[in-house]
Design a protein around this ligand. Sequence first.
Ligand code: SF4
Length: 413
Amino acid sequence: YRKILKSNPNCLSEDFYDQNIPEKDMFLYWSPKTADFYEVQSIVEFLRRKYPQAIHVAGGTHIDYNQEECVKVFDAIIVGPGERTMLQIIDNHIGGYLKQVYQDEWKHVHYKDFTFARRDFLPRETIVTDLFEKYGHPDSTCVLFSRGCPYRCSFCVYNTPNTLQVRQDVEAEINYLKNEYGISAINLKDEVCIGHSVKIYTPFLESVGNCGIMWRGQTIVGVPESLLDLAKESGCVELVLGVESVVQNVLDSINKRQTVKQCEETIEYLSKIGIKSRANIIFGLPNEPEDIVDKTIEFIERNKLDYVSVSGLCPVPGSDMYANPSKYGIRVIDKNWDRHAHLMFRYGDDEDHGLPFHFEKGFKQEEIINNMEGFSWKHQKFNALSVPEYSAGFTWIKNADNQEILNGPFPKY
Ligand code: SF4
């Protein structure tokens, strides 16, 4: 819906929704992120006025941790995994006895027990997109081959289930996408697309490799080199790494179970075997030193990272940081979801900085914003071309001398 809103700024007008959808068949499933919640709520309210008999069901981590608020907005909510409960909801609705809350347990619902979703009912243009513009514009799409994460980073909520559940039918799904849609590149949306287990990820990567496709994804640092080699052989062109911070003390305080040295080693190895690396960096984490900007720039330049994504800390419901803010020196977290920003990849010049919290001591909000702006500006000034892309709302433009420079929303450091 955000995409729809962006391309159709007036989409909440009667005209936009004036399509002939049979109301009795309208069964809408929502999975709002915390920062989107009020926006989703307003769309649901609009649709209720237009289609009073439509059923609205929601699930996802924001729902899991805000059930009381969510049952007031949706007809039914799903807590935990939705594969089985969604079917139950449809049955119950048809039978006329829909409940408000449906709950299932992660330990009873394994991702590998379900096959991939067919996309036949979706318009082709929503499936085939241009996600690999730096790699020759092959027809591409997004996939999700696994879910869960075994880690417990204190700011994160994407670790349910707390194990990696990898599907077995990835080859079948890729071949389906190739044959039906001519897809030749895939963007893995898995939280951790390659885990540490050689036993699990060797057959997984071999399956991907059998399909002769280009791919990229997000993973953790410290993955065995043999798996990274296999990733390269299987068509991987780019891996995103959750570096988060270049200061060990900060990593330790957010329970990020990795060392700065491991980050450097992984980046170096990826470069050696020809996979581009992108580092996700968060500013505003607890215990950042005064010179966090300089340290971050020094790290990026020393390790010759290919890409960097910058975001500000946003403690979301479900994370340990949200549940126990004082453990992290946080005095208060704003419960107004409109003050929350998207943690990764969505931070642009159309979105506020977020940072919906205040530390007891240490950096103030303005200082964190300054650090984010300063990082972008300083790095642009001293070595713009070594980092060809930011996703923090920055774009490449040509300056008066016809040189490419980064243009960001914050050039005032
Ligand atoms: S930040 Fe990444 S590694 Fe940490 S818990 Fe979340 S998904 Fe797992």
